[in-house]
Write a protein that binds this ligand. Structure first.
Ligand SMILES: [Zn+2]
Length: 667
C-alpha cells in the first residue's frame, strides 16, 4: 500500500505461516548470494544487501508480533510457537555465516579509508560488533567454551527466575485476629480474606506481591506484622533453602566475566557499555554518584520528618525500614494530599491527544491529519497522517487506545514498517501507539488519570522518534538506539504533559470546557515532590549495585551478602532504606537484559530533564529550539555519536542539575 501502510483488511490468521516461510526462504537466498559474491567486499555489495535481506520476513514478523499483543486468536498462538524457532534460525543464518563475517571484517579493518559516511560507519560498526560478540573471532576451542557458557547462563537464568517466583508464591502471612489488621483499607481486607479461603486458611492471607505488599506496609498499624512482611520481601532468594540464589548469582557473574574476557574486555560492564551512549562503566558510575550525593541527604531529611511524627504520637521508637511506607503515607496525607478523582474530568483522551499533537505541531513544524480510509486491524484503531511543513508525507500513525480482552497490559510504541532510504529505494515508517484506557460510552468519554495522560505523551514521544527519522539504514533508524538514550525522547514529552502553561492549553473539563484550575495544578506539582529522597536512593542504590557487580575482575572469593554490605557501607546508605532490589531477587539484571544497564533509566532521565531545561530557557513552544531538537535528535536515530548529537542540540554536555531539581532534590 502507499507509504508502507499495511493492508490489514486482506490479512487472515492463516496467512502468517506461509508468509513467514517464504520470508525465511528469501532471507536465506539473499544471504547465500552475499556470501557467494566474487567481488571484493564493499558497503554496497555487503552491508546494503544485509540491510534488506529480511525485508519480507521482517515485515511479516512486525505485523504478526504486533497483532499477537493485541488481537491474537488460537491459530496465531499456534503460529507463534513455530515462528520463534524460525526467528532464531534466521538470526544464526545471518550472524553465524563465516563468509559474510570475512567480508564485514575486511570492511571494518579499513573503516576509515573506504569513503563511508558517518552513518555508514555506525551501521558497519553495529554489524561487526554483533558478529564479534557472537563469537566470530574466536578459535574453535574458545568457540566451544563460548557456547558452553551461553548454555549454562541460560540454565542459571531460568533457575534464578524460578526460585524467585516459587519463593514469592510460597510465602504467606496468615492473620486470624482482625485486631492486628487495623488501618488496612476494606478492599485489601476483602482480597486477603479471599486469598485465605483459596488456600484453605482461616482469616486473612497476605503475600509479597507488590499490589498486596505495598498497601500492607502503608496502612497496617501493627509494627511486628509490618516487620514480618518487610523481611519476607527483602530476604527472597536469601534464606539458605532450596530457593536460595546466592550461589547462582556467583556463578552467573563468573561466567559473564569469563565471556567478556574471551571477547577481549576487561570486565562484563566494559563489554555491555561499549555500544551505549555512556560508553564506559565509569561514565555511568560517575553520573549515578552525582545523583546519589543529593538524594541521600534528602532521604535523611524525610527520615527525620517521619521521626518527628512518631515522637509527636508518643511512639518512643526509632523509625525502622518497615516503618517507612507507613509514616510516609501519614506525611503524604498531611503535606501532599491529592484527590485524583478531581483531576480526571480534565483529562479526556481526546483532549490529552490534542494537547500532545499541539506540542509536536508547534515545535517540530509538522501536522497530524485524521485519515479515514486506511485499513485497520481492529475497528477501534484510529489512523493519522503525519505531514511535514511542506505537506509531504512523513509517516502513518495508528492509535489503539482502548482495553480489550485480547490485549496485553501496559502501553507501548512499535513499527509496522521501517524507514529506509538507500540503493534507490525508500520507505517512510508506519507507527502504532497501543494503550489500555477505558472504552468511552454514550455519556462518558475515556477519562484518564494524570499517570495515563503522561503515558499518552510518553508513547507519543517514542512515536515521534519513529516518525520523524531521516536515516538511510534500518539498523540505525528511528528508535533503534541504545537503552540509555531511547527513553529520553519519550520521557521529555511528559514534561509538556504536566507543565502548568501547557495544561492550560489542553486540560479542559469534559463537560464545562473550563481549563484546569491553578489550585489543582499546584497540588499536582506539590504531590510530585513526595518521598523523592527515598525513591531516588533505592533506585540509584540498585543501579550502583548492578554496576559494582559487573565491574569486578575476579569473583573467586565473592560472597554476595558481604559484597552488598560493603557497597552499602561505601555509599553511606542508611539502614532505613534498602536497594530497590537486593541481588538475590534482582530480576532485571540476573534474569533480564538490564545487566550493567539498570543505570539507563536514570541516565535517560538526566538527558530528558536537561533537554527540557533547554526549552524552558528558550521557550516551551519555541519552534527554533524544537527544530534543533528535531534535526539533531529525532531525525538521527543512532546514525552518529549520540553524545555529539546531544551537544549539537543543547550546546553543552548534559548536566544533572535539572533532573535533581525536578525530583525536588535541590531548590
Ligand atoms: Zn518508554
Amino acid at each position: 500500500m502507499p507509504y508502507g501502510a499495511v493492508a490489514f483488511d486482506k490479512i487472515q490468521s492463516t496467512d502468517y505461516m506461509p508468509a513467514l516461510e517464504e520470508g525465511l526462504r528469501q532471507l536465506k537466498a539473499n544471504i547465500d548470494a552475499i556470501a557467494a559474491c566474487a567481488d571484493a567486499p564493499t558497503f554496497e555489495n555487503t552491508i546494503e544487501p544485509l540491510e534488506s535481506c529480511d525485508r519480507l520476513f521482517g515485515n511479516v514478523g512486525r505485523v504478526f508480533y504486533n497483532l499477537m499483543e493485541t488481537d491474537a486468536d488460537d491459530l496465531m498462538h499456534e503460529t507463534e510457537e513455530k515462528a520463534i524457532p524460525m526467528e532464531n534460525e534466521a538470526n544464526s543464518y545471518v550472524f553465524m555465516n563465516e563468509a559474510i563475517f570475512k567480508r564485514i571484517k575486511e570492511l571494518h579493518d579499513n573503516i576509515d579509508n573506504i569513503g563511508l559516511t558517518t552513518e555508514q560507519k555506525e551501521v558497519l560498526k553495529k554489524y561487526y560488533r554483533r558478529f564479534v560478540t557472537g563469537g566470530a573471532l574466536l578459535d574453535e576451542k574458545a568457540k566451544a567454551r563460548f557456547v558452553e557458557i551461553q548454555n549454562r547462563m541460560g540454565e542459571l537464568r531460568i533457575k534464578f527466575a524460578n526460585n524467585n517466583l516459587d519463593e514469592s508464591n510460597a510465602y504467606v502471612l496468615n492473620v486470624t485476629d482482625i485486631n492486628r489488621l487495623k488501618g488496612l483499607p476494606q478492599d485489601q481486607l476483602e482480597a486477603a480474606a479471599t486469598r485465605a479461603k483459596e488456600k484453605g486458611l482461616e482469616g486473612w492471607a497476605f503475600n509479597v506481591q507488590k499490589p498486596c505488599w505495598i498497601p500492607f506496609l502503608q496502612f497496617c498499624q501493627d509494627r511486628d506484622l509490618r516487620e514480618q512482611m518487610y523481611k519476607a520481601y527483602y530476604s527472597r532468594g536469601n534464606n539458605n533453602d532450596q530457593f536460595d540464589n546466592k550461589a547462582i548469582i556467583k556463578e552467573i557473574l563468573q561466567l559473564r566475566l569469563e565471556l567478556a574476557n574471551l571477547l577481549g574486555y576487561e570486565t562484563f560492564a566494559d563489554y555491555m557499555l561499549e555500544d551505549r551512549m555512556a560508553k564506559t562503566p565509569q561514565a555511568a558510575y560517575d553520573l549515578l554518584m552525582e545523583i546519589w550525593k543529593y538524594a541521600l541527604p534528602q532521604a535523611k531529611r524525610e527520615r527525620d520528618e517521619m521521626q518527628k511524627i512518631i515522637d509527636a504520637e508518643g511512639g518512643n521508637f526509632k523509625l525502622q525500614a518497615w516503618d517507612w511506607w507507613y509514616y510516609a503515607e501519614k506525611l503524604r496525607k498531611q503535606k501532599y494530599d491529592l484527590d485524583e478523582s478531581q483531576l480526571t474530568p480534565y483529562f479526556s483522551l481526546d483532549n490529552v491527544r490534542k494537547g500532545s499533537f499541539m506540542v509536536a505541531e508547534t515545535l517540530f513544524g509538522i501536522k497530524f491529519k485524521k485519515v479515514d480510509n486506511l485499513p485497520v486491524y481492529n475497528p477501534s484503531v484510529e489512523t493519522w497522517e503525519c505531514l511535514d511543513a511542506d505537506g509531504s508525507h512523513l509517516a502513518y500513525f495508528y492509535t489503539d487506545c482502548f482495553v480489550r480482552p485480547t490485549k496485553r497490559q501496559g502501553a507501548w510504541m512499535t513499527n509496522f514498517t521501517d524507514e529506509f532510504n538507500y540503493a534507490g529505494q525508500s520507505q517512510r515508517p508506519t507507527i502504532v501507539n497501543v494503550c489500555n484506557f477505558s472504552v468511552p460510552t454514550d455519556t462518558l468519554p475515556s477519562l484518564l488519570s494524570i499517570d495515563d495522560a503522561r503515558t499518552v505523551f510518553h508513547e507519543f514521544g517514542h512515536a515521534l522518534h519513529g516518525m520523524l527519522t531521516q536515516c538511510h539504514y534500518p539498523t540505525v533508524s528511528g528508535t533503534a538506539t541504545p537503552n540509555d538514550f531511547v527513553e529520553m525522547c519519550s520521557q521529555i514529552m511528559e514534561h509538556w504533559a504536566i507543565d502548568p502553561s501547557i495544561l492550560k492549553q489542553y486540560a479542559f473539563h469534559y463537560k464545562t470546557g473550563e481549563p484546569i484550575p491553578d489550585a489543582l495544578i499546584e497540588k499536582m506539582q506539590n504531590a510530585g515532590h513526595f518521598n523523592t529522597g527515598f525513591e531516588t536512593v533505592e533506585l540509584v542504590g540498585a543501579a550502583l549495585l548492578d554496576m559494582e557487580y559487573h565491574m569486578l575482575k575476579d569473583y573467586n572469593n565473592f560472597d554476595d551478602q558481604k559484597f552488598e554490605d560493603e557497597i552499602s557501607a561505601k555509599l553511606g546508605m542508611i539502614p532505613e532504606i534498602e536497594y530497590r532490589y537486593r541481588g538475590t531477587f534482582f530480576n532485571h539484571i540476573f534474569n533480564n537484559d538490564y545487566c550493567a544497564g539498570y543505570y539507563s533509566y536514570l541516565w535517560a532521565e538526566v538527558l530528558d530533564c536537561d533537554a527540557f531545561q533547554c526549552f524552558k530557557e528558550e521557550g516551551l513552544l519555541n519552534k527554533e529550539t524544537g527544530m534543533r531538537y528535531r534535526r539533531n535528535i529525532l531525525e538521527k536515530g543512532s546514525s552518529d555519536d549520540l553524545m555529539k548529537l546531544y551537544r549539537q542540540f543543547r550546546g553543552s554536555d548534559p548536566k544533572t542539575e535539572a533532573m535533581l531539581r525536578n525530583r525536588g532534590l535541590i531548590k
